[in-house]
Write a protein that binds this ligand. Sequence first.
Ligand code: ACO
Length: 332
Amino acid sequence: MAYAAFRSIGAYVPSKILSNEDLSKMVDTSDEWIFKRTGIKERRIAGKNEFTSEMAVCAAELAIKRSGINKNNIDMVVCATISPDYFCMPSTATIISTKLGLGNVTAFDISAACTGFVYILSIAKAFIESGMKKNILIIGAEKLSSITDYTDRGTCILFGDGAGAAMICATDNKEEAIIDIHTGADGTYADLLMTPNGGSGSMHDSLDQEAASCFMQMKGNETFKVAVRTLTKDVVEILETNNIDSSEIKYFIPHQANYRIIKAVGDALKLKKEQVVLTVQKYGNTSGASIPMAINDIYESGSLKSGDLMLLDAFGGGLTWGSALVPYSPLK
Ligand code: ACO
């Protein structure tokens, strides 16, 4: 049987910084309020002509190089994004594949908001275990600034841009294998976090309303409560199912939405500070890109070692959620 190994990571962060101070000149807010309620100090913003696919390509090039896999052997590309280059078509994954010069690949996008990376990890695992594909490039990439309303202080303080990519490859060594992935969704809460327009369910007729409702809208406080409840339940379940104690986790890498959410889940699992990976202070919430960007941070700091067990945990619009138990398994 083929197993799926998490071989490598890469990320791209735009150079422009949008600080809390900058935002306090745009909306009625303050550095103190934002930091206290979210843990965010600053976030990155992509350039006007810097599309999601371009950030994705930079992240992917690093992941491919670090994997040791020849790019001609990549047989699938999956991109998780809610801010694609083009809504509907072409998919961002097809653009990325062509920009990378990949030949004969299957390529598609998925939409699972902030849970996107955990969803594409599960897709890659399933394709590899079924024997259909061998070397899959997965990418979480977001230009959230393109769908953020910078007059809404309830959302614009949270989001940033960036991309992260990973190579997931077939192995016959069970020790290297991704252990388990759980994913879930509940459309009952669809209205907590949505972009109301731009699809066949569009609610408005007038152009002005249409333009405004293409931006993200969120019931932040209700989302917060569901996030803490769901994320905690999800990680407790995946650890119990696999008979793994939280002390065996080297790195807990949650979706970086809000420091208070991360702390609540970390405390519930009795995790030590050094087990919890935090990047929310410098990147804000980059949705599907946040988990691979955080993994890349520990990789580039030299802390991520072969065999380290990572616990991923995400929650986002849909509502969607997911968790994964993943050993870091670079080619030896
Ligand atoms: N600056 C100052 N005051 C503010 C701001 C701001 N930026 N935003 C809201 N306020 C005010 C509100 O108007 C409210 O004022 P009132 O009491 O006079 O009515 C007060 O602050 C409290 O507002 P709440 O919304 O209750 O604040 P809360 O503590 O919940 O923090 C936040 C808001 C940061 C948005 C939080 O709810 C949160 O992080 N929610 C979860 C986000 C999340 O996890 N999303 C899912 C993933 S995202 C994705 O999938 C794309």
